[in-house]
Design a protein around this ligand. Structure first.
Ligand code: ADP
Length: 542
């Protein structure tokens, strides 16, 4: 017997319709590539998203055709999120930090027909358009008068001229909720990138999950600033979750340095922000010397890489901001876990609560997880035993776009490539990426632990730990660090700092002081590059 409730498909268009009707006056504020600040409301965004849908119809695009973007976080990108997906096309957000050849490869692999881009990416588009014969339309996200005269890009037109004159009446089509809605490629640190193809259903369920109080906990009283980019995993779903809750949206555009982010947080009275640890490191480095304080920020969700305990502590103790440590991946839309306390933890003292907060957190309803050994046997949730982390759920990938890489699942579970522990309360903690974990004398050393301790030293700005070959122990850890401006530190001082904080055999064998630590396109340390650069490095005494 079937239930007798309405069979309404879960469609992305319903989010913008809801926001328009119930939070119409809610603000969307964007720092533009042009440098100024633009503001309008959900009513304006919904109207322009419908204009985009009408403009796309004029391009003779079929259902499911891909429309690519190379754009920062801003209101025009937001309109494309709904105009493209809502009308049944697939929004392909491209990470502009990738190498141009890789971008051209992705465009061709995705068979993109249209490319919409911020003018700051014009040189990139000029570099790749010759390699992308399938791209038929180029649209610069600007006003007609800002369009450069001879861009060299065939048929380039301005977004405002293209969509601005269209009818703003449009009835969003109804279709199967499993229809593809957006596409995002993994960073592809090894081999070619692979596409995660989200559906309307997965996106809506993820938005519901993300908005839950113990997940992102967004509300109509929040002003949310996603520093996390709309070009990578849909800014962690915040544009959708904001529509669902009616939160004010504040988009930082291309200005992601500490000063610009701080100014916007204050000017727009942002209560909630989201980003990777490196972004917040820049923000804190700007604020601390100048003695700046937040007047509105209450919570920030930090993920994408392990958030160092020192950062959680600084936000909490120095600025009164609660850090929500979160974990996820492109293949998971991306949210998997968020760290919030349970009732029983309220009674713990600060140190006890901190032990909980620095874990990656509990699964959001919808995400099932387990840890297994190399034979696939399930491991206990005791907070000690670590194993390969597997997940499944309605917003977890089943297969990569075009079946690349074959069947990724193990008995219906997606192997994340992360090594983790899970405690009896269900709090997951990432030990390492399986390829980054250091195997020394048959034991494992977590590079994340070594890095977190280094950045807890007041002189250290950033740290990267990798394993290097050792004839007896197989591998030994070394740590590379960058120092804070004006700070001094010796190798011996840092090694002494580790004493008593981790087991002796986990303390790195060497410290290398470097000017910068290379970051990949999504803000993660490029360990493959570091390992490659240190191919000829020899450990002291060998
Ligand atoms: P994203 O760029 O959205 O973070 P990716 O798919 O590029 O997604 O990377 C996912 C990987 O990033 C995870 O498998 C994990 O190794 C790492 N990661 C994400 N969040 C965290 C976190 N909070 N702590 C440690 N590692 C994390």
């Amino acid at each position: 017997m079937l239930g007798l409730m309405q069979d309404q498909p879960l469609l992305i268009s319903s989010l913008i319709e809801f926001a328009e009707r119930h939070h119409g006056g809610g603000q969307i504020v964007s720092r533009r590539v042009e440098g100024d600040v633009h503001r309008y409301t959900y009513v304006d965004a919904a109207r322009r998203a419908r204009q985009v849908a009408n403009a796309l119809a004029s391009l003779d695009l079929g259902f499911g055709d891909r429309v690519a973007t190379l754009a920062w976080n801003g209101y025009r990108h937001f309109e494309l999120y709904f105009g493209v997906s809502g009308s049944g096309r697939v929004l392909h957000t491209i990470n502009p930090r990738l190498h141009p050849d890789q971008i051209a490869w992705i465009v061709n692999h995705a068979e993109d027909r249209v490319l919409c881009f911020d003018l700051s990416f014009l040189p990139l588009v000029q570099a790749i358009h010759g390699q992308c014969p399938g791209l038929k339309h180029y649209i610069a996200l600007c006003a007609a008068e800002q369009l450069p005269a001879d861009s060299g890009v065939p048929g380039l037109c301005s977004y405002e001229a293209w969509m601005g004159a269209r009818d703003d009446r449009y009835v969003w089509p109804r279709f199967d909720e499993n229809t593809a809605s957006s596409l995002c490629y993994t960073s592809g640190t090894t081999g070619n990138p692979k596409g995660a193809l989200y559906s309307h259903r997965s996106t809506l369920l993820h938005a519901y999950g993300a908005a839950l109080p113990d997940a992102m906990g967004l509300s109509a009283r929040d002003a949310v600033l996603p520093v996390v980019p709309m070009f990578h995993v849909n800014a962690w779903g915040i544009p959708y979750a904001a529509c669902l809750t009616g939160a004010k949206l504040v988009f930082p555009g291309p200005a992601l340095d500490g000063r610009s982010v701080f100014e916007l947080l204050e000017a727009e009275q942002v209560t909630y922000a989201a980003g990777v640890p490196t972004v917040w490191q820049m923000l804190l480095a700007h604020m601390k010397p100048a003695g700046l304080r937040f007047s509105s920020l209450k919570r920030t969700v930090i993920g994408g890489s392990a958030c160092p305990p020192a950062m959680i502590q600084a936000f909490r103790d120095d600025y009164g901001v609660e850090v929500l440590h979160a974990w996820g991946m492109t293949e998971m839309s991306p949210l998997g876990t968020v760290c919030t306390l349970k009732n029983k933890h309220q009674a713990l003292d600060d140190a006890g609560q901190m032990q909980v907060r620095l874990k990656q957190g509990r699964a959001i309803f919808g995400v099932d997880m387990k840890i297994v050994d190399d034979d696939g046997g399930e491991l206990p949730w005791d907070g000690q035993t670590f194993g390969n982390l597997l997940v499944r759920g309605p917003w977890v990938i089943r297969e990569y776009f075009k079946g690349e890489g074959g069947d990724p699942l193990q008995d219906g579970w997606f192997p994340t490539g992360d090594v983790a522990t899970i405690d009896a309360e269900g709090y997951m903690q990432i030990t390492d990426r399986s390829k980054d974990v250091i195997k020394s004398g048959g034991e494992w050393i977590s590079s994340i632990d070594v890095e977190n301790l280094a950045v807890a030293h007041p002189a250290v700005a950033m740290a990267a730990c990798i394993g290097v070959p050792h004839p007896k122990w197989d591998e030994r850890p070394i740590v590379m660090v960058t120092l804070k401006p004006g700070a001094t530190l010796t190798r011996e001082e840092l090694l002494a700092f580790y004493q008593g904080k981790i087991a002796k055999w986990q303390i790195p064998d060497d410290v290398l002081f470097v000017d910068t630590i290379p970051l990949g396109a999504t803000g993660k340390i490029l360990k493959t590059l570091l390992r490659n650069n240190l191919k000829n490095y020899r450990l002291p005494g060998l």
